[in-house]
Design a protein around this ligand. Sequence first.
Ligand code: GLP
Length: 269
Amino acid sequence: MRVIVELNREAVGRRAAQFVADLVRREPTCVLGLATGGTVLGMYAELVRLHREEGLDFSRVVSFNLDEYVGLGPSHPQSYRFFMQQHVFDHINIDVRNTHVPDGRALDFEAHSEQYEKMIKEEGGIDLQVLGIGTDGHIAFNEPGSSLGSRTRLKTLTEETVRDNARFFGSMEDVPQLAVTMGVGTILESRRCLLLACGDAKAKAVRNTVEGPVTAQVTASALQLHREVVAIVDEDAGRLLERRDYYRQVEQAQTLLRSGRAPQIAADR
Ligand code: GLP
């Protein structure tokens, strides 16, 4: 896994947006896997800026979001569909018909989950999956104990996640207890992953994900099995990483590679 430690939240957002924008420029019909939450806001703001000021073109991009709360429809201000419209889709030229978020009000979640997986396959799979991380080390809503081979399905949220997300709802009682979420197995099938983490509260989860054992108790740790993951964290979220100096060294070598002063080889995954 490549680990990039940036100075602060803003720098994480800009760096992450660069990865996404590079892909969109290179492959205008790419399939993006998208995430919600406070961490990804900076990245979305930068992508919106790149669209407005530099004409970054999303017209042929397809997107699939990771998850949605059960019971919340698209007009509910805390639904992830609402979040995506508010912060991203309403401000770029993506065709809304090409954007997919699981339906929190599906009548048959099993059928809906299967259909979601099928749609991802029909689009040729996800080229780049953006991920945040929960304080318990979850990706999407794959709470500790989720099968590392899991597919899109319903998941019961842990008390820790409900507490963490209560800040968006006002009270813990208002947070849905269930979500429909891509599985760890679904995420591992994407071609590249971009994991973002900011703030002190994520430090332990980041350490366990990057340097701990691969375990279903920290579902993000399954990313160690993926061939192309870039983790971008800020100083606070990266403060418990034991091999920070090495990660910096790798980034310096990467800069050298990009500058053409070293042979062009795929390195340091
Ligand atoms: C929720 C989402 C995750 C996200 C996490 C972190 O649990 N389902 O996909 O990674 O929140 O959110 P935040 O960035 O707000 O800390």
